[in-house]
Design a protein around this ligand. Structure first.
Ligand code: GLU
Length: 549
């Protein structure tokens, strides 16, 4: 097409294609370096599948001395949300993931390959479209919506493949004079690719995760520039990945079906396509069937869920690592103390059928993780969570810091630590009875011994003759046993099992009475430690509460 006409179609461009090719030179990175990107629309919404994808992307990039950048794909202006970019960054960072380059807020960015927000790159896309127009590989299309609809109906009735291609792509055949006339008449237009694809030929793509993929070539005259002058996502992303020197496009496999379009565009533009890596979705068991995790049905799809529930980020990332690579679990078992960033990830160990996202498994990992951190960490993390999601609990933790630290330390840092919590939101329920101000139970979880008088007798006898707050654990337990002997309960389980009829019960029953009296709960961490923390005065107050109940 002659340049005057191209100028009319895309006016006011100051540079040519060569200018941009020079402006964004090859990156100076090692041969194996993976350059990849996270390319969301600025909807502000990040889900756990995005975190999974980005974890894989950043891991592969960092592991190879490469780059992962954030590109904002806002060519569909309708999907924009106020502060969408900042929200995305905040959510991503909340899982410890970061970008080397790209947008850092609605208005700022870092890196030498920007702008990283597509709407700021209009000139670049138009320049490449202009180049295609000049080469006769693109054309303006004035077809109205109604005409397109008519075309679709015609194709339907004649049982043809639907779409704007080949002889159906009527604007392909407009002469330059006809185009000028339409421009003179002020008719709106878009720019389309003049596809050289042949639907009867195959395009073969070697996906780094899914292996060899084969499709018919794309022969649709794809829209490059829309009527508002902005590019379509397909056109923009091909140019961006080329100019930003993306080596690997790592993205969700809902994009597999767009591959022929993307390959077609790279070819038309004379680019070498990047390596595609399509990540399978996170699935979920739903009754007897398995389906994709869904934004609509599954609360665990939203990243806010993990923060609100207080599921530690470390555990979530550990779980995502487990589902990402089939050999991760084995590695982790043999390197339990190592930072997971030392694990060598590979594309060929990513399953292709979709990973099963099993919340129970995640929570088990989390329980394990929380049992292994120090009491101080447990305290600080719980407090940080509570400050955001449970203010009352936060102030209790702050006021009772020493107590909380001692409590969290019970049966921690031992060979088999207690595994009480999978999430910070469970901690209050597991420790409320330790806060003296909170302890005024309406219910006691009495077990075998429920008779009020008997309970009172046990408590009185124990307190009067056997309780000494200075006892060590061994003496303390011996005295509980002595108390049993004094009241007709078996202090020796073996003897009890031989002749249960000789006893009112056994030492476990008596200990349970003490435990329930002091905490209202039948299951707690080590009773001796709890009693030590509570101290004599509080223990006496709690016994009074039992008497009054
Ligand atoms: N903007 C696309 C999305 O919202 C990006 C797809 C890609 O990574 O190429 O998912």
């Amino acid at each position: 097409m002659k340049s005057e006409l191209v100028e009319r179609l895309l006016p006011g461009l100051t540079h040519d294609r060569e200018y941009y090719e020079k402006l964004y030179p090859e990156r100076n990175l090692g041969e194996k370096a993976i350059v990849t990107r996270y390319a969301p629309s600025p909807t502000g919404f990040v889900h756990i599948g995005n975190i999974f994808q980005l974890y894989i992307s950043s891991k592969m990039a960092r592991q190879t001395g490469g780059i992962v950048f954030l590109r904002i794909e806002d060519t569909d202006q309708e999907r924009m949300v106020e502060n969408g970019i900042s929200k995305i960054i905040r959510d991503v960072e909340s899982f410890g993931l970061t970008f080397d380059e790209g947008a850092i807020s609605e208005t700022e960015e870092k890196g030498a390959y920007g702008p990283y927000i597509q709407s700021h790159r209009k000139e670049i896309y138009q320049t490449y479209a202009k180049d295609l127009l000049l080469k006769g590989l693109a054309y303006p299309d004035f077809t109205t919506k109604e005409e397109l609809e008519k075309l679709r109906k015609e194709q339907e009735t004649s049982k043809r493949r639907i779409g704007y291609y080949g002889k159906w792509a009527r604007s392909r055949f407009l002469t330059e004079e006809e185009i000028e006339e339409k421009l003179d008449a002020g008719l709106p237009y878009i720019i389309r690719l003049k596809s050289t694809g042949d639907f009867n030929r195959k395009v073969v793509v070697e996906d780094a995760i899914r292996g060899k993929l084969e499709f018919p070539e794309d022969d649709i005259d794809q829209v490059l520039i829309k009527n508002d002058g902005l590019p379509t996502y397909h056109f923009a992303h091909a140019i961006d990945d080329h100019l930003m020197h993306t080596t690997h496009v790592i993205r969700g496999d809902e994009w597999v079906s767009s591959l022929p379009v993307h390959i077609g565009l790279h070819n038309a533009l004379g680019f070498t396509p990047p390596i595609y890596c399509h990540i399978p979705p996170l699935n979920k068991k739903d009754g007897n069937s398995i389906r994709k995790l869904s934004k609509r049905k599954d609360p665990e799809m939203a990243v806010s869920y993990y923060h609100e529930m207080g599921i530690p980020v470390t555990a979530v990332m550990l779980y995502l690592a487990t589902v990402s690579n089939s050999n991760f679990e084995e590695w982790y078992l043999s390197h339990p103390k190592e930072d997971i960033s030392h694990f060598e990830m590979s594309f060929d160990k990513i399953g292709t059928s979709g990973a099963l996202f099993d919340m129970e498994k995640l929570l088990n990992l989390s329980r394990n993780y929380l049992s292994q951190i120090s009491a101080t960490e447990m305290y600080e993390n719980t407090l940080e969570w509570a400050k955001k999601y449970n203010e009352k609990f936060a102030s209790l933790l702050t006021k009772n810091k020493d107590m909380a630290l001692q409590f969290f330390n019970i049966e921690r840092e031992v060979e088999k630590p207690r595994k009480d919590y999978a999430m910070y939101s469970e901690v209050y329920d597991g420790m409320w009875y330790m806060f003296n101000d909170e302890f005024n139970p309406k219910e006691y979880e009495w077990q075998k011994i429920t008779d009020k008088e008997e309970i009172e007798t046990i408590l009185k006898t124990y307190m009067e003759s056997f309780y000494d707050e200075n006892d060590n654990e061994e003496d303390w337990f011996n005295k509980v046993k002595d108390c049993c002997d004094a009241l007709g309960y078996a202090s020796n389980m073996k003897e009890y099992k031989q002749n249960p009829e000789n006893f009112k019960g056994n030492v476990a029953d008596v200990s349970t009475v003490l435990r329930v009296a002091f905490t209202s709960k039948s299951r707690t961490p080590n009773l001796y430690d709890i009693m030590k923390i509570l101290g004599k005065d509080e223990i006496e107050r709690r016994i009074e509460l039992v008497f009054k109940s």
